[in-house]
Design a protein around this ligand. Structure first.
Ligand code: NAG
Ligand code: NAG
Ligand code: NAG
Ligand code: NAG
Length: 358
């Protein structure tokens, strides 16, 4: 078996992107196969805790996909893309369902993949019973605490981290108007963090959001929130940068490092939690080359900032990416094509991780 270093050394002798060999060609040359060193192996050698992926329930009938998704050489960490969200875990008040979450979490345990759990509090994908009427503040606090006790309690000890609060800020750094803010006030955030800490004292407790990849009023507001949570004794804090980025428009490596360092300087760990880089369709080899560089910049920033524990992609396979369904005319956002061929972005990430290890 060739080592990954020699795979990459061989690749380096030909232009990485221009060569863009297909996975079939690599397999024929004996360079890689599905059990050869993968991105997680390389990430571990580069000093990260994991390289991971989100997995969504509709993929669970695709055996080829699952052979990659559940290979801990490739992905050492798994996040359920949807299955732990409120509309699925508490579809009726006080009636809990863990089927969808368990379908992602249990195989990850069997494959010895770290689990990031997602998410106890968001303003989207809430059940109708919760959003279709007005609650008093004490009622909503009680609903929130009951939900967290049940869901986090069910997964106690199984989640490395919880995305406790998701997307609570506007771009200008003010609190987003949600049923939580509008009914309870900003203290809902503290309430949620304390409830998760009580239900699973070992879990890392993350604040998770998008557009946190370079310093802005939004990242400063998150920093202020972290300091407040620290002041009221919330342990094990983390900040998740979702990193839903756009090809050719990502923050520079330098800006990403400065931003990550600013979070780490608060005394918390950080992670890239939902990385994908979408492209206006149709994609071209030139766009894919830019995308490869963009992926490499974000992964390298995480590797280079002590305190960034890992990178999670928001699925690795285009057919299961959320992008085409949400951003009209955009796609090609992940590391693998529909054919399961690895894109230039996969090789660029592998190269960044491998050079960091050496
Ligand atoms: C894949 O690589 C592993 C070592 O990483 C080796 O044991 C196995 O035989 C290879 N499989 C194929 C089909 O080449
Ligand atoms: C999985 O199920 C979906 C929905 O039923 C279907 O569209 C898809 O073709 C199936 N995929 C495979 C690989 O069987
Ligand atoms: C909630 O209260 C607001 C303001 O009092 C009111 O306008 C709205 O109709 C109420 N919503 C429901 C679903 O009762
Ligand atoms: C950031 O906040 C400051 C004051 O808090 C404000 O003056 C500035 O306009 C804001 N910048 C942006 C881009 O919103």
């Amino acid at each position: 078996m060739k080592t990954t270093a020699s795979i990459l050394a061989a690749l380096a002798t030909s232009p990485l992107v221009a060569a863009a060999p297909t996975i079939i060609e690599h397999e024929k040359r004996g360079w890689v196969n599905w059990t050869s060193p993968g991105l997680n192996d390389l990430a571990r050698k580069a000093g990260l805790m994991y390289f991971g992926t989100a997995i969504d329930n509709p993929s669970l009938n695709n055996t080829k996909y699952l052979s990659i998704a559940r290979d801990a050489h490739e992905f050492g960490q798994v996040t359920p893309a949807n299955g732990q969200k409120w509309m699925y875990t508490e579809p009726e008040q006080g009636v809990f369902s863990f089927e969808m979450g368990d379908a992602i979490i249990n195989p990850a345990i069997a494959s010895q993949q770290i689990r990031r759990c997602h998410t106890t509090l968001w303003h989207n994908q809430l059940p109708d019973w919760l959003t279709s009427r007005n609650w008093t503040s004490p009622e909503l606090v009680s609903i929130l605490e009951t939900h967290i006790a049940a869901v986090v309690g069910h997964y106690k000890g199984l989640c490395y981290a919880w995305d406790v609060v998701n997307e609570a800020f506007n771009e200008d750094g003010t609190f987003r108007s949600t049923i939580w803010l509008d009914t309870i006030g900003p203290s809902y955030i503290e309430t949620a963090f304390k409830a998760v800490a009580a239900a699973d004292p070992d879990a890392k407790l993350y604040y998770n959001d998008y557009n946190l990849e370079s310093i802005s009023n939004k990242t400063r507001a998150v920093g202020a929130l972290i300091r407040r949570l620290q002041d009221c004794g919330v342990p094990n804090l983390g900040v998740g940068m979702q990193a839903h980025l756009i090809t050719g428009m990502t923050p520079s490596y330098t800006d990403q490092v400065a931003n990550m360092q600013a979070f780490v300087d608060l005394g918390v760990e950080i992670a890239v939690t939902e990385l994908d880089i979408r492209t206006e369709l149709p994609s071209t080899p030139e766009k894919e080359e830019t995308q490869a560089q963009n992926y490499a910049d974000t992964v390298k920033a995480c590797v280079d900032v002590q305190g960034c524990v890992g990178v999670t992609v928001w699925d690795f396979y285009d057919p299961y990416s959320w992008v085409p369904g949400v951003f009209e005319g955009e796609g090609d956002a992940t590391l693998y094509r529909e054919s399961f061929e690895r894109k230039p972005a996969w090789w660029a990430v592998a190269e960044v991780l491998d050079s960091a290890a050496n």
